[in-house]
Design a protein around this ligand. Sequence first.
Ligand SMILES: O=C(O)CCC(=O)C(=O)O
Ligand SMILES: [Fe+2]
Length: 289
Amino acid sequence: MGLGSTDQKNKIKMGLGILLPFSKNHSSSPFLYFPWRPLSLSLSRSTMNLIKSTGHEATSSNPNGEGKRQTIDLQNGSEVVFIPRFLSFEESWKWFHYLNKEIPWTRPIIRVFGRSCVQPRDTCYIASSGLPELGYSGYQPHAYSWDDFPPLTDILEAVHKTFPGSSFNSLLLNRYKDGNDSVGWHADDEKLYGSTPEIVSVSFGCDREFLLRKKPRKIPQVQTNKRVEGEPPIKRLKKNNQSDQHSFTLKHGSILLMRGYTQRDWVHSVPKRAKAEATRINLTFRRVL
Ligand SMILES: O=C(O)CCC(=O)C(=O)O
Ligand SMILES: [Fe+2]
């Protein structure tokens, strides 16, 4: 069932709202959703402490610059940038409907901890020609061409404008049908992205929580009396503290960038959420070296 129906849209957790007919300029969606509640960014307190607001984002699609750009310093060369309203609601719905309908979504079989299972979300992969092939969890997605989906070059351009110096050449798309779909803890640390990849994530549809957690670091055991002479020190996992985890609510039209050593030192996930009853579509832009 598409998201064009009133029932489905009412399920989307963006606050209560009213549905108004779309103006004649907007062909792809019959409705425009107006939230009565302003968008708010939900972050953990530890994340709030680290946030530096660096001004308002004013793009052609968002001329009022309503979404504040927030830079979260994760320390040791890792950083996240979050812009809650990268695209307007209206424009984001157009993207949602286009992607939901036009992308050839598949739900592949992947291998996790040595077992085969159905990936708990739909996916599709687009890449510039001539790049090395992507593979993850024993799955090698077919690489579609950007020319197969011409509108996507518009959003790619907007992403490049928002993050000057970025130059993405591939896109992994995810579709979470409802709160039962998810992505488990992982880092996008495949060799083909290099040691400090920039990964940009644009979200459409249902709000979902995005979690970041520092990878546990092995430190030498300090209690030397437990050591057996001649053997290397026992390693134990350092306990994470509050600043080692962050939570973002990725709302319709938001954008999140991870950069620096975030993929080396942190893992991220979009966990299952019983309350998420509608579909979310996510675009992750990457640069294959
Ligand atoms: O859906 C998201 O926001 C994250 C997706 C993700 O982590 C990935 O595709 O590697
Ligand atoms: Fe990821």
